[in-house]
Design a protein around this ligand. Structure first.
Ligand code: FNR
Length: 391
């Protein structure tokens, strides 16, 4: 186990540091999954069953990791997934994450329920970023947020479809932060730019300015009160959304549309019919319905059925550059990482996420070279064996 003096490299290294740095309830919020966390465990266990096939004596002196994701150039087939309340993990954490993603040349996705606003992220650089949308009951607010996103240069929308209701996360229940009225109220907005908790204070605010809740601040009554914010967001989540609403969304959003959270061939097909430019095979990192299949085990059948019509991305369980290689070999165009960057951010801020992405790239490149491929487009099914995987 690494000590604080050693340089963290892997997701697990960053996770251990994050565990020491964050208050228990916040670490659990990131680390935990739904119910008994069996899907959370399956997500990573199923990755390790995919066996890369070592190949030798090929010219791998030049290995190129660059590719495109949803039509956008990316230094490797990895994007940062939306992490709600991610801005609490360090000071203006989403700004720091965007900087690290920019430097690494990969897309950053801002959550609807971020701490930093669209405008604040857009001010970081002129490099594009993706925006994730949860449908809210008040479509007027949704339209306004989408207009704001477009106005600051967002051209790729990630619409999340797997949160009709929030999964029962036992750790959050035990820690008193599940549901609306909650121990998020433990966050005392002291001098309003700080969220504090006994024994722990993180400056998430803008110096001298009241802390507000990112994209939704202007719509929430009492926008600096965490409990009220959670209650408002809870009341706005729309569980009645169906594929028909994508038609409406298509009418108001002119950019690329990625549908995040399909875990079956049927839903992937419906997403394509509804006009998705890409789908993300995901079980929300095992945070929604416990017991469902791992994303990586569902990926091949989704690729098989819709891969020729749309781009297929995946997330849930990716922890390393080797996992990126495995997902590519099973047909994913690319992956998103959630907890991985969240831990790195909590552990070391921007430098942590930069270090993590560097480790991903090195490991991905190394996996390509040692499996005898030099281009991302050459990573194919014959680069791995899956004999006992996902069965
Ligand atoms: C998430 N995820 C998520 N997804 C989304 O569409 N909007 C959101 O606001 C959030 N919030 C969020 C918070 C936290 C703490 C986590 C860990 C995850 C899901 C996320 O985008 C992604 O699907 C998973 O994290 C992928 O699984 P891994 O990489 O964490 O295993």
């Amino acid at each position: 186990m690494p000590t604080m003096n050693l340089v963290p490299v892997s997701t697990d290294d960053y996770r251990r540091i994050a565990e020491r740095k964050l208050p228990r309830f916040l670490f659990d919020y990131v680390d935990g999954g739904a119910f008994g966390e069996t899907t959370l465990a399956k997500n990573t266990a199923d990755f390790s069953k995919i066996v890369p096939k070592q190949r030798v004596m090929r010219d791998v002196s030049e290995v190129e990791t660059a590719t495109t994701l949803a039509g956008q150039q990316s230094a490797m087939p990895v994007a940062l997934a939306p992490v709600g309340m991610g801005g609490m993990l360090a000071r203006r954490a989403e700004v720091q994450a965007k900087r690290a993603a920019d430097a690494a040349g990969v897309p950053f996705t801002l959550s609807t329920v971020s701490i930093c606003s669209l405008e604040e992220i857009a001010a970081v650089s002129d490099k594009p970023f993706w925006f994730q949308l949860y449908m809210l009951r008040d479509r007027g607010i949704v339209t306004e947020i989408l207009d704001r996103a477009w106005g600051v240069g967002v051209r790729t929308l990630v619409f999340t479809v797997d949160l009709a209701v929030v999964g029962e996360r036992y750790r959050d229940v035990r820690n008193g932060i599940a549901g609306g009225a909650s121990a998020w109220g433990k966050f005392r907005a002291g001098p309003l730019s700080y969220l504090s908790h006994p024994g722990w204070v993180v400056d998430v605010g803008l110096k001298g300015k009241p802390h507000t809740f990112g994209n939704l601040a202007s719509y929430v009554p009492a926008a600096t009160d965490p409990t009220q914010y959670r209650e408002w967001v809870g009341s706005q989540f729309d569980a009645s959304v169906t594929w028909k609403d994508i038609e409406w969304l298509r009418g108001v959003w002119k950019g690329k549309l990625i549908i995040k959270g399909v875990l079956s061939v049927e839903d992937a097909t419906a997403a394509v019919t509804a006009g998705a430019d890409a789908v993300i095979v995901s079980n929300h990192g095992g945070r929604q319905l416990d017991g469902v299949a791992s994303s990586i085990s569902v990926l091949p059948q989704v690729v098989e059925s819709v891969g020729d019509k749309t781009e297929v991305l995946m997330d849930s369980g990716v922890r390393s550059g080797l996992d990126v290689f495995r997902a590519r070999a099973l047909g994913a165009n690319g992956v998103l990482i959630g907890r991985s960057w969240a831990f790195a951010m909590a552990a070391r801020g921007e430098a942590g996420v930069a270090g993590l992405l560097n480790a991903y790239r090195n490991e991905f490149k190394s996996a390509m070279a040692l499996c005898g491929v030099t281009k991302v487009s050459d990573i194919a099914g014959d680069c791995v064996t899956t004999s006992d995987a996902a069965q």
